[in-house]
Design a protein around this ligand. Structure first.
Ligand code: PRP
Ligand code: URA
Length: 207
């Protein structure tokens, strides 16, 4: 299943990302903020664990998210601000990394580096990539994680094309996608329209 956010605050923040006057620092901070909002939706029904804490009136049993069951995996480089944002909400979540680059001629993604925590079998992996254009990078990332044992994967994304989101769903119907917005279309260069340009370049001021 996929769930597109209906929150107007999220739409407002996405439109700040689209604005070319939004410079890299604000661009990254805005991605962080949107990511925190999406992760709250994605984990709304996540299992909790009873934990005893000390409050101002003494010990109290409270329900806390079972954070040790969560592994955050950004697809670098554009996924990095998503990780930074979500780690502010879940500072004790474990993180792994996939570094992938889409070839601009073929639009095929290539994996350059991975470092993922062991024992994914009983974890929920939150896979973080702001952009789902052809869907190729996300499909490859999911293939990789499943290949090393991941059973439950949730994809958190900011902007997608209808084509890309459909491709990911067809390839991996068991992966739930929480996406801030699905835009109109994929253009002839496999960029999302209206989109926001190249998310990695915008975030890290490289073009
Ligand atoms: C972007 C983006 C996705 C991918 C989406 O990364 O962050 O990973 O493109 O395109 P796709 O759905 O057609 O695969 P890119 O490969 O440009 O690398 P970057 O994060 O270093 O900019
Ligand atoms: N990658 C991006 O960063 N933007 C797009 O529109 C497509 C792929």
């Amino acid at each position: 299943m996929y769930k597109e956010s209906t929150n107007v605050v999220v739409k407002h923040l996405i439109n700040r990302l689209r604005d070319v006057r939004t410079a890299s620092n604000e661009f990254r901070l805005t991605i962080e903020e949107i990511s925190r909002m999406i992760v709250a939706e994605a984990l709304a029904d996540f299992p909790t664990i009873t934990t005893n804490i000390n409050t101002w009136q003494g010990p109290l049993d409270v329900e806390m998210l079972e954070v040790q069951k969560i592994v955050l995996v950004p697809i670098l480089r554009a996924g990095e601000p998503m990780l930074t944002g979500i780690l502010q909400t879940l500072p004790y979540a474990r993180s792994g990394f996939l570094a992938m680059k889409r070839d601009e001629q073929t639009s095929l993604s290539k994996l350059f580096y991975e470092n993922i925590p062991d024992n994914l079998e009983d974890k929920t992996v939150l896979l973080l990539d702001p952009m789902v254009a052809t869907g190729g990078s996300l499909i490859d990332g999911i293939d990789y994680l499943k290949g090393i044992g991941a059973k439950r994967i949730i994809s958190l994304n900011i902007l997608g094309s209808p084509f890309g989101v459909q491709k990911v769903q067809e390839a991996h119907p068991d992966v739930d996608i929480y996406i801030a917005q699905i835009d109109e279309r994929l253009d002839e260069n496999n960029y999302i329209r209206p989109g926001l340009g190249d998310a990695g370049d915008r975030a890290f001021n490289t073009k």
